[in-house]
Design a protein around this ligand. Structure first.
Ligand SMILES: CC(C)(COP(=O)(O)OP(=O)(O)OC[C@H]1O[C@@H](n2cnc3c(N)ncnc32)[C@H](O)[C@@H]1OP(=O)(O)O)[C@@H](O)C(=O)NCCC(=O)NCCS
Length: 165
């Protein structure tokens, strides 16, 4: 299967935070932001593999800064690593206060998306071509997380499967 580079599937979504996405104190609900992140990760994954993909895992979710109502949020997602059927997607959320002209990196996470066929079974994805130093470094980090996850499963920690029975 022919590989695709990181740029091929990199996406940016943008969204104003409206009052119905925030609580009484004016801070955005974490779940609203995670939903946007999941969407951005899903689009990047589908652009890479040209198939449906499902979210299998979210790793390292870190809320660095609060996001407030009427902040303009930009969500960048890019593939960092692929296995046979899984794709690791780095999702970064930036929050901009338009009036003050300030912009902060508010949130990051790694989404593990799995390509599936028409029956919902994992399907092979194209190789990911990494070229820049940053892409290569992210690939190595992603590979370590992938291998650690596989070791947990081999060691018998398959608890994530139990909930499907
Ligand atoms: C993700 C899913 C398709 C994997 O199916 P499975 O039968 O467990 O498949 P496998 O064990 O062969 O794993 C397939 C790939 O997914 C990866 N994977 C599966 N579960 C994972 C998890 N919890 N974390 C990280 N990777 C996972 C495997 O490492 C493997 O990667 P590889 O092909 O690149 O080596 C299945 O668990 C599923 O459908 N889950 C529900 C997904 C969903 O509905 N998400 C929406 C949120 S409700």
């Amino acid at each position: 299967m022919e590989g695709r580079d990181v740029a091929h599937s990199t996406v940016t979504l943008a969204q104003m935070i409206w009052p119905d996405m925030a609580g009484r104190a004016g801070f955005a609900h974490g779940g609203e932001i995670m939903k946007l992140m999941d969407g951005a990760a899903g689009v990047a994954a589908v652009k890479h593999c040209h198939r449906d993909s499902v979210t299998a895992r979210v790793e390292g979710i870190n809320f660095y800064q609060p996001i407030r109502v009427y902040d303009f949020v930009t969500i960048n997602s890019c593939l960092t690593f692929v296995g046979r059927s899984s794709m690791e997607v780095l999702v970064e959320v930036w929050a901009e206060n338009i009036a003050r002209e300030t912009k902060v990196r508010a949130l990051t996470a790694y989404f593990i998306m799995v390509a599936v066929d028409e029956t919902g079974r994992p399907a092979e994805v194209p190789p990911l071509i990494v070229t820049t130093d940053r892409e290569k470094a992210l690939w190595e980090q992603g590979k370590r997380r992938y291998q650690a996850c596989k070791s947990d499963i081999l060691a018998g920690d398959d608890s994530y499967k139990v909930c499907r029975e």
